[in-house]
Ligand binder design. Sequence first.
Ligand code: AMP
Length: 587
Amino acid sequence: MSIIRKTAADFRVAPNFADYERERAAFSWRAALQEVAGAGGRVNLAELAVDRHAGSGLRDKPAFRFLERGCAPRDLSYGELSRLTNRFANVLAGLGVKRGDRVFVIAGRIPELYVAVLGALKNGSIVSPLFSAFGPEPIATRMNLGGGSVLVTTDLLYERKVAKARERMPTLKHVLLVAEDGGTTDLPDTLDLATLMAAASEQCETAPTGPEDMALLHFTSGTTGTPKGAIHVHGAVATHWATGKYALDLHPEDIFWCTADPGWVTGTSYGIIAPLLHGVTSVVDREEFDAERWYAILQDEGVTVWYTAPTAVRMLMKAGAEIPAKYRFPELRFIASVGEPLNPEAVRWGKEVLGLPIHDNWWQTETGGIMIANTPAFDIKPGSMGRPLPGIDAAIAKRNEDGSLTLIDTPDVEGELALRAGWPSMFRGYLNNEERYRKCFAGPNNEWYLTGDLAKRDADGYYWFVGRADDVIKSAGHLIGPFEVESALMEHPAVAEAGVIGKPDPVVGETVKAFVSLKQGYTDSEALRMELLGHARKRLGAAVAPKEIAVLPSLPRTRSGKIMRRLLKARELGLPEGDLSTLEGGA
Ligand code: AMP
């Protein structure tokens, strides 16, 4: 493995972080929180991200530059963002929406989404952004689990994904719609957001939230049961700020582009909050991936810091070298990526094609912010996720049968990645599911959070991702719970049982493959399989639905009746079938 060494010549601006041990020793979360929020105890993510700058020299600086095909770019300054988010907070207050009420947001990357998220935080409401490519089922499930009382979405998304399911969402009181054609809407039982915004005041008293008040609800998937609502608090601001500094190396003059959608945690923590905290300008592109367009954005917008994902990098690699040869990236100075393993070839491709290696980093919905990273000043070992950031203690651990925990000190030994609990953006619970939350912690005083990922640490303290400890699927960077997909398939009258696995894919990491057995009276056919795929897609949406389906006479189950996804996967991939002692009816 060839290490990518850094020298002073690699930096156009001095990195925020150069002496690893010294910075770690000097760092404290209390000091980080004070630096960003002051000492008063009042902490509101939106106030610190927006109003702090709107009242300073950054008032007229673009906070966001929104790009859309066929339209001129639309800049929104810190001052305008402050006024619009005040208006939105007043819209909510006018509807009687209170501190602690849950506001769901489902939209593409449009300005109204950013205003709604930040405005709801100002109102002290709890925000849950959902991916707009979810179908009606994942939306209804999450809305009900989260007790959403407000939904902000567009007229088209509402008609396609929510209207028919609305009677199954008993907590939902107000639906605020953005007209996708830029006008107004008058769909039954909804309110037109533009009209409400025009009538609302620009003055607003931000809710005086404290660091432990709940701010965001991000849903994530497990192997079994319903999705889990990870609770995040306003005090997470310290992590958003510190990781923006250390892992993304944000400097005041940066033009930053986070390609993640705010429907996922990266798109909220780093597509909205962290860059605003640093007072930089963020580029937001409404369109889907398009290699030519992406290179053009990097060049034409003068992006300096780019945060993207391995699937996107692999899609750029696949699109060939001719396209980037037409562009120049003299402003680009730092590239980071997250969400799935970043293969060493991709790290090096960055250096060849964009002139910079790609810096992998690791975190997850529960951690609220980046935990382990390759930071600008340090050599990169391609294939490694990097080292724990200041304020983060990581370990490789083994859960013992008696519930105790052993930390593995020997380098290069595989175990579960654990983090010492207590960093500010650590989730504070899974909504209404204390037991599932408790199970994530172990060791003396439950001081270690167990991440569900398998990893190794080498002798230099670099962490290497090995795989997931559970059956969840990572496709194009999105975490998909097999149970949610299986449940949707089971709703079809022909399906007796369903098992869903992630099938390795060179570009998107994994694709979703389903196995089903049929009820009596149904026989396997191409037409039936297509019907089942269509059924799943309609309910779950394209981001979650299986791409492939196979019909088996029966699915392998354990003696206790659980479908053995591990075995389905081993058989699919032609791998050894492993321990079959629990298989129903023997091997
Ligand atoms: P999510 O909660 O949807 O953000 O997904 C988090 C999961 O994505 C982690 O638990 C890992 O399994 C995976 N993941 C995130 N970052 C990386 C990375 N740099 N390398 C490998 N896997 C990653």
